[in-house]
Write a protein that binds this ligand. Structure first.
Ligand SMILES: [Zn+2]
Length: 279
């Protein structure tokens, strides 16, 4: 039996603006609407950042609360994953929304370079974010920008700092970090299986034009896929993506091509070992 493919939609991020693509959802109501369309199109995980109304980044827990409320009302069952990424806040402010108990949160476990700066994830902050996720029963998604991050996740699991088998996302194509490289991708997959078992779920994200490449590699290799305007604002060189749902649709089509059923939110919760949806 083929494992259904979980599609995660990263709707906003902290970088793209409406000037880049007017479809980037910024206000809470835009975010809820865009998530709803993506959910209907086949996404079962929402990966979310929040913005101020002027489009600038924030980690304001009140805004995360409003987004969670809206998504729970309009997309019942969908898995909500908050970003604790470094672009939207500094230090412990990055985890200030965790008491809202989203199903999941992203967790960077090491540092690397980003296009214009250092993506700083000092050990003590990583440990604090991970412990908050245990306190609030949140499943971390480990963002692997580098091979060493997969090994760090294994060490944290060993030490009880990550409760369940780590769910790792390979991020490829960020300028100045790991490029999109097929041999590295294969080695990532091999390493996850070696450290966490053949059945351990994993996922992958590609940045920019390589989003679809990583979707296809992950789907064909039995992994799960991330899409959305956070990582890529175009359908092709000349065409802006009209919505997050359009990017999800493209990923759904690849699942069909590779004969992977698209996971429902129930199947996705099951695969990831998540608690059942909020009533
Ligand atoms: Zn993000």
């Amino acid at each position: 039996m083929t494992t259904p493919c979980i599609i995660c939609v990263a709707i906003t991020g902290s970088v793209p603006t409406k000037a880049d693509n007017p479809a980037v959802p910024v206000t809470i109501s835009e975010q809820v609407e865009s998530t709803h369309e993506a959910f209907e199109a086949g996404a079962s995980i929402l990966h979310a950042h929040v913005r101020n109304d002027d489009g600038t980044t924030t980690s304001d827990p009140d805004r995360f609360a409003l987004l969670k409320e809206g998504v729970e009302a309009h997309c019942p069952g969908m898995i909500i994953q908050f970003s604790t990424g470094g672009r939207s806040g500094a230090g412990q402010a990055r985890g200030g929304m965790l008491p809202l108990r989203p199903d999941m949160a992203s967790l960077a476990v090491g540092s690397n370079n980003f296009p214009t700066r250092v993506y700083e994830n000092p050990p003590e902050l990583v440990a604090w974010l991970a412990s908050e996720m245990i306190t609030y029963d949140i499943k971390p998604e480990v963002e692997a920008f580098d091979l060493s991050h997969i090994f760090r996740a294994a060490a944290m699991f060993e030490a009880g700092e990550i409760k369940d088998t780590p769910y790792v996302q390979f991020v490829m194509g960020v300028k100045n970090a790991m490029p999109v490289d097929r041999e590295v991708f294969d080695f990532y997959v091999h390493t996850v299986k070696r450290l966490f078992g053949d059945d351990a779920p994993w996922c992958a994200a590609g940045i920019g034009a390589k989003q679809i490449t990583l979707n296809e590699w992950a789907i064909a290799a039995g992994g799960h896929a991330r899409t959305g305007l956070e990582d890529n604002i175009r359908l092709d060189r000349n065409t802006l993506a009209p919505s997050n749902a359009a990017l999800v649709k493209r990923t759904v089509d690849l699942c069909e091509k590779h004969e992977r059923p698209v996971a429902s939110w129930q199947q996705a919760r099951d695969i990831l070992g998540l608690r059942s949806a909020a009533a």
